[in-house]
Design a protein around this ligand. Structure first.
Ligand SMILES: NC(=O)c1ccc[n+]([C@@H]2O[C@H](COP(=O)([O-])OP(=O)(O)OC[C@H]3O[C@@H](n4cnc5c(N)ncnc54)[C@H](OP(=O)(O)O)[C@@H]3O)[C@@H](O)[C@H]2O)c1
Length: 282
């Protein structure tokens, strides 16, 4: 195992569970020259998917997680939350404190992971989203009891090139983060899909409606991030008195759009908490 005081490109990264988010991460690491493909090893549960992953990304794959725990400097846990306990039980003896474990599993606490792998192994819990594919991800990191500032920096090196990274000290907020930005792209797609249908209904060709809806949301998101103005103020700027937009806003409010989001995020946060309970975490 190598010393942590070196650049990420000298590290070997192991990803346990190269599925949707694990695969997205592998792709992002390679495409952005964050880590060379030769330094990435991934695992799946089936031989067939291990072969597929190896062919797709050109990385070494295995179905034996202990190979990953033995070889990698940084081990990313990217299996479904319900499988985390079983996976950790299978590799718990293979870790050493000079490694770093990064989990992306929804609802699974650093305390739970630490309790499963003995020996004060540093753990960083992360919650990325699939927009890391296009370098526009939103990732939140939180350090476990044994993770140092340096470990957080290493985790940042992985996620910063693929989007926004926020570090939190309150791990209890991670369930809200999971239901908020972890699931965030799905909410964006739903809004875009609804706008497209609405555009088609008033006569727009579907392809034009798709581009215009996506670009309108991209533009609005950039305005919020780059002008630092409150979204309500930016909305006011689009909303001419007695104009077109205010009529549309009235209809959206009539449809309970805000309350729908309140309820959706609350439901998703509760579900993330439930995953933690299912994972038998105290
Ligand atoms: N999808 C998202 O947007 C998102 C966002 C943030 C965080 N997450 C988190 O990411 C994790 C994975 O979610 P996902 O959507 O990527 O799931 P997924 O697409 O179902 O991928 C799961 C992967 O884990 C592999 N796997 C299952 N059991 C394994 C084992 N015992 N050892 C090694 N690999 C094993 C599967 O391999 P096989 O195909 O061979 O079974 C598959 O490659 C979850 O904990 C989730 O909370 C997901």
């Amino acid at each position: 195992m190598q010393d942590k005081n070196i650049v990420l490109n000298d590290k070997k990264i192991g990803i346990i569970g190269v599925g949707t988010i694990g695969g997205t991460l592998v792709d992002a690491l390679i495409k952005n020259d964050i880590v060379a493909r030769e330094r990435i090893i991934g695992s799946t549960s089936h031989e067939a998917s291990a072969r597929e992953v190896s062919e797709k990304y050109g990385i070494e794959t295995t179905t034996d997680n202990t190979e990953i725990a033995d070889e990698a400097d940084i081990v990313v846990l990217a299996v479904e939350p319900q499988l985390i306990e079983k996976v950790l039980d299978g590799v718990s003896g293979s870790f050493s404190p000079d490694q770093l474990v990064i989990s992306v599993a929804a609802g699974i606490t650093t305390e739970f992971i630490e309790s499963k792998i003995d020996g004060g192994i540093p753990v960083v819990r992360s919650m990325p989203n699939t927009a890391i594919t296009v370098n526009e991800g939103a990732t939140v990191l939180v350090a476990g009891d044994f993770a140092s500032e340096e470990d957080l920096e290493l985790a940042k090196l992985i996620f910063e090139p693929v989007g926004l990274v926020e570090v939190l000290s309150e791990e209890e907020l991670m369930d809200a983060i999971t239901g908020f930005s972890g699931s965030g792209p799905a909410y964006g797609y739903l809004i875009i899909e609804s706008l497209i249908e609405a555009g088609v209904r008033v006569g727009l060709p579907r392809d034009r409606a798709t581009k215009l809806a996506a670009q309108s949301l991209l533009g609005a998101a950039k305005m919020v991030l780059e002008t630092d103005e409150h979204p309500a103020k930016l909305k006011d700027m689009v909303t001419t008195p007695a104009g077109v937009t205010v009529d549309a806003v009235m209809k959206l409010e009539e449809g309970g759009v805000r309350v729908a989001f309140f309820k959706a995020i609350e439901e998703a946060t509760d579900k993330s908490r439930q995953l933690k309970l299912d994972g038998k975490d105290g």
